[in-house]
Design a binder for this molecule. Structure first.
Ligand code: 9MR
Length: 380
């Protein structure tokens, strides 16, 4: 029998230890970030603005890159910014937005092609209806051509409905009639047949609006034109909409055979002036203590309420993860949120998962813990 020297044994032992260490290096455990924890459920996204796209703050940049696997441009791709003159497109910052998504291997969502708001003023100067339709078509086609193969989904039409489910009397409806809706989806698909096409709106849990959205999307689908998904914006509050309405809406939309995305999620913790009888949005509210109760900090009791509200909402999302393609927060941190300025300017709101110092809040912990519990449940 061959004799193995002590020296050889020692060398072999060191070699074995080295191999086992290498294995551990090669397969590091995934940190418990949102994108990792939710990766088998749906994309977890955030809206980004110029400051985040240019990664000027390293803490913020690290959060965006580690926590999210989808991005939406909060403002940069709206017509007023991207198509400021009839013959001028400004793709510079939007191209950087795409590059950011590519850098972090993200699902990139385009917002938005046809929207009456933040519409470039020159659009409104076109009197003739046929000319207006040509210009709208060129707008959609030029933009989708530029981003073909780089953008994964588009909000093709944004906010075309009134609260009662009828069509909003926007400049598009006035000039082109209701065909503008189907046309916008058709034009986008003609240029980029692989991109996912969404209709996106707020208050999509309200029964009348929901019926209107279903009618509208069904009408487009019935014409043989592709609609891939419905975006429920998700600008919600601590107590409304009800969990039942959120769940039923997800079910109703998905019964059309389309994907459902929660596209602009945030939960306001501040009083809503529209809830007050006879209340009007006016300057008077701006100095009112009652309307801006947490100027210095958020009390623990409300922090807990917010965490529970997010947990309850995500519980529904997980239950219906087969129907949901993406959940996107409308921003990363409270300091950045549009809700500090709407519907009353100058308030201090706390609607997102990271606080003003970019620290994760209890709401963040609650949805991470929820998913971890969900994963441990025995499969039915
Ligand atoms: O968050 C956006 C804010 O910075 C802009 O001033 C505002 C202008 O309309 O748009 C906000 O984003 C909106 C989104 O584009 C469409 N759905 C409603 C969002 C909140 O107003």
């Amino acid at each position: 029998m061959m004799k193995i020297s002590k020296q050889t044994l020692l060398t072999l032992a060191i070699f074995a230890i080295a191999i086992s260490c290498k294995k551990t290096e090669e397969a590091p455990s995934q940190p418990n970030t949102l994108r990792n924890v939710y990766k088998d459920a749906f994309y977890i996204g955030t809206a980004v603005n110029r400051f985040q796209i240019e990664e000027t703050d390293s803490t913020m940049a690290a959060i965006v890159g580690k926590e999210f696997n989808s991005i939406t441009a909060e403002n940069m791709m709206k017509s007023v910014h991207m198509h400021p003159k009839r013959d001028t497109f400004n793709f510079e910052i939007a191209d950087k937005f795409v590059a950011l998504g590519e850098k972090y291997d993200m699902f990139i969502h385009g917002h938005t092609l046809i929207w009456h708001s933040q519409l470039s003023p020159w659009f409104k100067t076109i009197e003739d209806s046929l000319e207006f339709a040509d210009v709208a078509e060129k707008h959609v086609k030029d933009i989708t051509t530029h981003f073909k193969g780089k953008i994964d989904s588009w909000d093709v039409v944004n906010e075309a409905l009134n609260e009662d489910g009828t069509l909003r009397n926007s400049i598009f409806l006035k000039k082109m009639g209701e065909d503008y809706l189907a046309s916008a989806f058709k034009w986008t698909a003609e240029i980029d047949p692989d991109v996912d096409l969404y209709y996106n709106d707020y208050n999509m849990t309200n029964v009348d609006k929901r019926k209107g959205a279903i009618r509208m999307v069904k009408n487009i689908l019935d014409q043989g034109i592709k609609v891939d998904g419905i975006g429920m914006q998700g600008h919600w509050h601590l107590n409304s909409p009800s969990l039942e309405d959120i769940e039923q809406s997800i079910i109703d939309y998905s019964e059309l055979g389309v994907k459902v995305a929660i596209t602009e999620l945030d939960v306001s913790v501040l009083p809503n002036p529209w809830d007050l009888e006879g209340a009007e949005i006016s300057q008077n509210f701006e100095n009112s203590e009652g309307m801006n109760p947490y100027k210095e900090s958020l009390p623990d009791s409300i922090q807990v309420k917010l965490a529970n509200r997010y947990k309850d909402i995500f519980n529904i999302f997980l239950k219906h993860k087969d129907k949901i393609s993406r959940v996107t927060f409308w921003g990363v941190s409270d300091g950045q949120s549009w809700l500090n300025g709407f519907p009353i300017r100058g308030r201090t709101n706390y609607p997102l998962l990271f606080d003003r110092d970019l620290k994760p809040k209890a709401a963040y912990d609650s949805i991470i813990a929820l998913k971890e519990r969900f994963d441990k449940q025995p499969a039915n």
